[in-house]
Design a protein around this ligand. Structure first.
Ligand code: ATP
Ligand code: MG
Length: 588
């Protein structure tokens, strides 16, 4: 599908309304020829011939046409405006839904500000086209044609003379449209880039302040601002170059009429009334010539915007729900990674991952930073698809599960906590908006969040700022944990969820986690041994591989990476004791 066909698929719904609008526009264009015609009659029959009794009827006609034209103009403007708003409503909704469907890879590549520009500036260019450009261009083409026709009825030679300017206008319009297109594309790119820059800096404003980088950011902003200004100026230069050409062409019509038309009156080839008549049509001929350049701009702006929005819209997510559709049901919770590898940007992220977890088991994942722990969970949630191997949930490849059902059964407290600017209650109940307050509170108690939430002046009704501003790191983590727990998931993923809470709180949370549904499979990613040591299975990751796998005791006995981490965190004595215990167990 081409971008314009895609645009037409939205326009189709408003075809009837637009046709009505165009019909009204045609009526106005038709009525526009009446007043100059009557003016001609007034000059010839009333002023020159002295038929004064005709005057009241002719004036009434003039007033009637003017009033009727006003009503029609109002009606078609309302028609086009409502059609444009309706079309934009549909398009914005569809593009937004598509944005929600896009996968992680899409958002990794795009800047938020860029995507925002698609939904704001580009959409507005489309609205302007539907609301104003369509009827203006159509009306002026009609006015030009009707006026020319009327001039032909007055005198063919005069009309042919006036037609001479048309080929020049056509050439100028064509050349301007060719030159202005790249200028508009540059403009929209610079606008997107400026938007993205401002958005990023406002979001990251705390980092800028912390590093006292205001001057550096202002300098960077000025560069973006300059780029945008220069692209605007360069664009303006293109069409400014053509403005005098269109003006000259339009005024040349007046000159032709005054010189040649005046000469014809003197030669008695046309009457004085005819000259007044043609003079009355002059604006209908002039305006399209003068405005042609601006309309070319508007149309090119519209085309560029449609192309940009469509380019974003048409990008298909690689992670999709199977066409056959999976079954929507509660997942049991068995998880298996079968020789799973994942590559991104020609780099191995995780390689040959093999493990099997039964429903209800608890799995701890530990390993150096960047070793691929979060990636494993991203593959389980199908935020990315594996490059090779299979991730099985309940014995079925996640690719064959209904994507939304799979994620609906997973509760995830992400490493990078994101809270919405909503109340604390709204944030916790995000996965189950219709649950009761008691359930929200229960989840908060389990996450050890109830205590601090209740101490806030507005309790659960406290609005947390964008991204949870106003809360401490540990508080945000506990709200995020409560949000995951409230979903009552079959698989619970806690990615570094207790890293910012003190040991006592963590121990409380561990106890609470022991109370959750027996058949909930839990994955805990942590750096602290205390967070994972009671797990049924611990995976130790390094460089995208599982280098060790087993229970706490087994791994300590092995004396590898895990044992070293345990030794570093717990000191010599418990480590030595454990070693001794293991030795005794083995010999006994
Ligand atoms: P941490 O403990 O710091 O959270 P991690 O073990 O969770 O680390 P991952 O987030 O899984 O590490 O990332 C593993 C590696 O893969 C990192 O080097 C990261 O830069 C890279 N990586 C992850 N996802 C992608 C991606 N989509 N595209 C490119 N590289 C990626
Ligand atoms: Mg991680």
């Amino acid at each position: 599908m081409t971008p314009l066909k895609w645009f037409y698929s939205f326009l189709k719904k408003y075809r009837a309304r637009l046709c009505l609008g165009l019909f009204l526009t045609t009526c106005i264009a038709g009525l526009s020829i009446v007043n100059p015609y009557i003016s001609g009659i007034i000059v010839d029959d009333v002023v020159l011939a002295g038929n004064y009794d005709l005057l009241p009827r002719l004036v009434a006609c003039l007033l009637g046409v003017t009033l009727f034209t006003g009503i029609l103009r109002f009606s078609y403007q309302v028609t086009f405006e409502t059609a444009s708003q309706g079309l934009l409503y549909d398009m914005r909704g569809k593009v937004y839904r598509k944005l929600l469907e896009e996968d992680f890879a899409f958002y990794n590549r795009r800047r938020t500000g860029d995507l925002m520009s698609r939904q704001t500036g580009d959409m507005d260019a489309i609205r302007h086209f539907v609301a104003a450009v369509i009827y203006t261009v159509y009306q002026n083409i009609l006015l030009f044609a009707f006026a020319l026709l009327m001039v032909f009825t007055v005198n063919t030679k005069l009309a042919l003379c006036m037609l001479v300017v048309l080929p020049f206008t056509a050439v100028a319009t064509y050349r301007q449209s060719k030159e202005v297109k790249p200028a508009f594309q540059r403009n929209r790119n610079c606008f997107s880039s400026l938007n993205a820059f401002v958005q990023e800096n406002i979001s990251g404003n705390r980092v800028v302040k912390a590093f006292a980088q205001e001057d550096y950011e202002i300098e960077k902003f000025e560069k973006e601002n300059d780029k945008f200004k220069n692209s605007q100026i360069m664009g303006s230069r293109v069409w400014m170059k053509y403005v005098p050409i269109f003006e000259i062409l339009s005024y040349s019509l007046t000159i032709i009429l005054m010189l040649y038309g005046g000469y014809m009156v003197i030669q008695d080839e046309i009457t004085m009334g005819d000259l007044v008549k043609v003079n009355g049509y002059l604006w209908m001929l002039n305006t399209p010539l003068r405005m042609a350049g601006w309309w070319v701009n508007d149309i090119q702006n519209f085309i560029t915007s449609v192309e940009k929005i469509y380019a974003t819209y048409s990008e298909e997510p690689r992670v999709r729900t199977p066409r056959t559709g999976g079954i929507k049901a509660r997942i049991h919770g068995d998880v298996e990674f079968k020789n799973v590898s994942y590559r991104a940007d020609n780099e191995d992220i995780v390689t040959n991952i093999d493990f099997k977890v039964k429903a209800g088991q608890r799995v701890g994942i530990i390993g150096s930073t960047g070793s691929g722990k979060s990636t494993l969970m991203n593959l389980l949630c199908r935020f990315y698809d594996t490059t090779s191997g299979e991730v099985l949930v309940d014995g079925q490849n996640v690719r064959r599960h209904d994507l939304y059902n799979l994620r609906d059964n997973i509760g995830m407290a992400m490493q990078d906590v994101f809270l919405f600017s909503d109340t604390i209650e709204g944030n916790i109940a995000y996965g189950r908006p219709d649950c009761s307050f008691e359930e929200v509170k229960h989840a908060a108690v389990m996450a050890d969040a109830n205590h601090f939430i209740s101490a806030l002046p507005e309790g659960y009704d406290t609005i947390v700022g964008e991204r949870g501003v106003g809360l401490s790191g540990g508080q945000k983590q506990r709200i995020s944990l409560a949000r995951a727990l409230l979903k009552d998931p079959s698989i619970l993923i806690l990615d570094d969820t207790t890293s910012a809470v003190d040991m006592e709180t963590e121990s409380y949370i561990q106890t609470q986690l022991g109370k959750i549904q027996k058949n909930c499979t839990v994955f805990i990613i942590a750096y602290r041994i205390s967070s994972i040591k009671d797990a049924d299975m611990i995976l130790v990751m390094d460089g995208g591989h599982i280098i060790e796998q087993g229970t706490h005791e087994e791994l300590v006995a092995r004396g590898g990476y895990y044992a070293k981490a345990f030794h570093n965190q717990y000191g010599e004595i418990p480590y030595a004791l454990l070693k001794e215990q293991n030795a005794r167990r083995k010999s006994g």
